[in-house]
Design a protein around this ligand. Structure first.
Ligand SMILES: Cc1cc2nc3c(=O)[nH]c(=O)nc-3n(C[C@H](O)[C@H](O)[C@H](O)COP(=O)(O)OP(=O)(O)OC[C@H]3O[C@@H](n4cnc5c(N)ncnc54)[C@H](O)[C@@H]3O)c2cc1C
Length: 346
């Protein structure tokens, strides 16, 4: 519904929409607090975390250790598990009532579901997948920077007349807020009136993922495979190299979309932004969206049979060749080296 003219002076404070994953505070929540506090300091306003759940008061209270002024904990039995309609309704009502100036989300699946719905209901602007957020020193507006047109363009947008100003931020770009023993904020519990019968979407059951060990964000060594593998079984070779090096398996979006590997392995703009000591890209061309997820790697090695593949422009070491010849040779060499190392032990 189109709103009549908004009085932007009525809006105050920076809100971070936090997330609980299986009862734990998600890493992106702490990263958002870090950036939210920076924005709030520039505006001389409060940083407030809004989090939805049920029976998690103790965990939610821990957010105060990250230097926020307040935690608004929306608690309701129906909201124990994510429900797009329930979460949207509960957060929408709170925004309408309290009028935050800025609302930030992580660019996560949950936010991709609820942030556009909220923006439409609130008749305000949303810039998704931002890589940088700042305040315009001239007029205090939120500057939302994101990449566009396949990375060939960086745009910074503002939301001049409507409120709140809303953005989703790509995870792992900002560091998490620092933990502090001393707390000064407080938790306010909000018990919304929610009629679950009204929701068109209902939670039925949670199916746990079989392999939970994909933690790309913290991995020190990642070996990734792309479309160049040619077939799903190519990932056996990728895993073999990863195991030899004590690393974990990553993938390009093309490999994920081909159904060769689970999406939790996807590295890149819409996958996970990684910062390993060693990143090995095998049969990956190095499209901009993949590159933007690996820039912070300490060392990038690329294996590709096309000497003009873009990945060679950003890698530290490039091997031009067929990955099915190069990887087995690499594994053999590493194993030989390890053997020599152990043979030299007294
Ligand atoms: C909005 C949006 C978001 C996106 N987000 C992501 C993202 O997060 N992550 C991501 O990865 N992509 C993302 N993409 C997709 C991205 O644009 C590319 O399409 C994708 O990264 C290509 O994957 P690839 O390099 O595996 O495949 P290709 O580009 O097809 O490259 C395959 C490479 O393998 C090489 N090759 C082939 N056979 C062999 C062999 N036997 N040995 C050695 N090399 C070989 C080829 O020379 C080629 O360079 C996104 C796209 C969009 C539009």
């Amino acid at each position: 519904m189109k709103k009549s003219k908004v009085d932007i002076k009525e809006y105050s404070d920076v809100w971070v929409i936090g997330e609980l994953i299986d009862g734990n505070i998600s890493p992106v929540t702490l990263q958002l607090i870090n950036v939210g506090k920076k924005l709030a300091n520039k505006l001389n306003k409060n940083t407030i975390v809004v989090i939805v759940g049920y029976g998690e008061k103790d965990r939610v209270t821990k957010l105060l250790n990250y230097g926020v002024d307040k935690v608004l904990y929306i608690e309701h039995k129906i909201l124990r598990n994510f429900n797009v309609m329930g979460y949207t309704e509960a957060i929408y009502k709170l925004i309408e009532e309290r009028k935050p100036e800025i609302v930030l989300f992580g660019a996560t699946s949950m936010a991709r579901d609820i942030a556009p719905r909220l923006a439409a209901k609130l008749d305000t602007g949303l810039t998704s997948d931002c890589i940088k957020l700042d305040i315009d020193e001239r007029d205090g507006k939120l500057l939302r920077t994101k990449q566009g047109l396949g990375g060939n363009l960086i745009t910074t947008t503002i939301c001049p007349r409507n409120r709140p100003q809303m953005s989703t931020l790509i995870p792992n770009i900002y560091r998490p807020a620092n933990y502090n023993e001393k707390i000064f904020g407080q938790v306010e519990i909000i018990n919304p009136e929610i009629l679950c019968e009204d929701y068109k979407v209902k939670f039925i059951k949670k199916i746990p993922l079989e392999d939970k060990k994909v933690n790309l964000a913290d991995a020190k060594i990642i070996v990734s495979g792309g479309r160049g593998l040619g077939e799903p079984s190519g990932f056996k070779l990728i895993r073999q190299l990863a195991d030899t090096l004590g690393g974990i398996v990553g993938a390009s979006r093309a490999a994920v979309e081909a159904g060769w590997i689970d999406s939790r392995h996807q590295v890149g703009k819409t996958g996970t932004i990684v910062r390993p000591d060693l990143y090995i890209a095998c049969g990956i061309s190095g499209a901009f969206q993949h590159q933007s997820g690996i820039y912070d790697s300490k060392c990038i090695i690329a294996i590709n049979k096309d000497p003009y593949a873009p990945i060679f422009k950003i890698c530290d070491f490039g091997i031009v060749g067929d990955l099915y010849e190069v990887i087995p040779a690499l594994i053999e060499e590493i194993n030989k080296k390890q053997q020599r190392y152990f043979d030299n032990f007294p």
